[in-house]
Design a protein around this ligand. Structure first.
Ligand code: AMP
Length: 417
């Protein structure tokens, strides 16, 4: 089964075509600058194989419809394409940022589903409309093909009320649906599933802490395979320190910033989302630049690193208390997958929690995954490369009643005491 995965943004469409018989990527690509001067499509066919080919096409892309047509033309191009024609695409999976409380699972797209996604626009005013653009255009261009919406928030809908509610007047929840929703759910779900597979246990029998550290950062406590607590909140601002987002702060700071600096609510919002986090502390938001600066003795870069790590450790401790028993801890996304220094500093001195790092393994290069805990560690610690597109394609198949391919059994067995 060939599945096209679409991640439609306001001015871009990310796409992947996957052959689910082997879970291999046939094409991964991006159409950018939609609605701007100088639209461009970049793609790689058969990425990571010996026959990988890079493609770049400059083309006016006035709207999402033109963008989608451009990528379909690329997929079925005689010279550079990977399919004979668009009829080979058997399903389309769409990433949708916010499913609100309506969507606990992926959904086969219908008019009713589109309306429910539209009803969640106030919760994600930048993302959901762009996701809907992609859905509408794909439905026009593939009217016969089943399409599935996969939500970033759905994995976290299993959180109990005592975890998802804020201690505010209850009517704010009842009337305005103010609560924690959490994000990065597709990534947390994927790495939790991979971790369970590597541990040789059913996901439903695993308690895990998943740590997604990329541009945005979040952590999830997974109990018996279900999300029971997560660090991002009503919006993607809460929790861990991120590239430019502050994460947890005293909510009274809004009033203080207004009174002391005369900032209005939009300015405060911009300050906390775009000028804070690592960037706010040291002026840099890419962890690689921060390492380089630390090595040159930059004290603010060191401070930003220490704050970043400290916040993750605080959450690890609290998630141990939430879960009681932890079988595995998983690092993923740009920093989580690549940055052994962050991982080492995060896990230093946690032996009493049953976490013992194998420093040599931690310094190794991860492929799809890497085990970095020492044999005596009670908690297995893994680095797992996240793959949201594959997770979307798998969930799309599930909605259509198709079984995913048999994944290989446990990579190591009997490893967990
Ligand atoms: P993501 O949002 O998952 O694409 O992650 C992007 C972030 O990962 C970047 O802003 C960098 O801070 C970080 N990153 C990517 N590669 C590395 C690396 N090799 N070492 C440290 N951080 C990295």
């Amino acid at each position: 089964m060939k599945i096209l995965v679409i991640n439609s943004g306001s001015s871009s469409i990310k796409y992947q075509l996957l052959d689910m018989a082997t879970e291999s990527v046939l094409v991964t690509g991006l159409v950018e600058r939609i609605g701007e001067a100088g639209g461009v499509l970049t793609a790689r066919t058969h990425p990571g194989t010996g026959v990988e080919k890079r493609i770049r096409r400059e083309n006016a892309v006035p709207d999402h419809n033109a963008g989608m047509k451009l990528l379909i033309a690329q997929l079925s191009d005689r010279q550079d394409g990977v399919i004979r024609d668009a009829a080979e695409i058997e399903a389309v999976g769409h990433r949708v940022v916010h499913g609100g409380e309506y969507f606990h699972e992926p959904a086969l797209i219908s008019e009713e589903v589109i309306q429910a996604i539209s009803a969640n626009v106030p919760l994600a005013p930048l993302h959901n409309p762009a996701n809907l653009d992609g859905i509408r255009v794909a439905r026009e261009l593939f009217p016969q093909v089943p399409q599935v919406a996969v939500f970033d928030t759905a994995f976290h809908q299993s959180m109990p009320p005592h975890a998802f509610l804020y201690a505010l007047p209850y009517e704010l929840y009842e009337q305005d649906r103010i609560r924690r929703y959490g994000f990065h759910g597709t990534s947390h779900k994927f790495v939790a599933g991979e971790c369970a597979r590597l541990l040789g246990r059913p996901l439903a029998a695993c308690n895990l802490i998943t740590i997604h550290l990329g541009n945005g950062c979040s952590m999830t406590a997974v109990e018996n395979g279900r999300s029971v607590e997560t660090s991002l909140g009503m919006t993607p601002l809460e929790g861990l320190i991120m590239g430019t987002r502050c994460g947890d702060i005293d909510p009274a700071l809004h009033a203080i910033l207004h009174r002391s600096r005369g900032l209005d609510i939009e300015e405060i919002d911009a300050l906390l989302n775009r000028e804070s986090g690592l960037k706010g502390v040291c002026g840099m938001n890419d962890m690689r630049d921060i390492h380089a600066a630390r090595q040159q003795g930059n004290k603010l870069a060191q401070l930003a690193f220490d704050m970043f790590v400290h916040r993750i450790r605080k959450y690890i401790g609290s998630y141990f208390a939430v879960l009681g028993r932890v079988d595995g801890l998983v690092f993923t996304a740009g920093i989580g997958e690549n940055d052994h220094e962050v991982r080492e500093a995060t896990l230093a001195g946690l032996e009493n929690l049953g976490i013992v790092l194998d420093r040599e393994a931690n310094a190794g290069k991860p492929g799809a995954w890497l085990r970095i805990s020492a044999p005596e560690s009670r908690v297995e610690v893994l680095v797992v490369r996240t793959n949201e597109e594959l997770e979307i394609a798998r969930q799309t198949m599930e909605v259509l009643g198709q079984a995913p391919i048999e994944t290989t059994g446990p990579v190591w067995s009997g490893a967990v005491s």
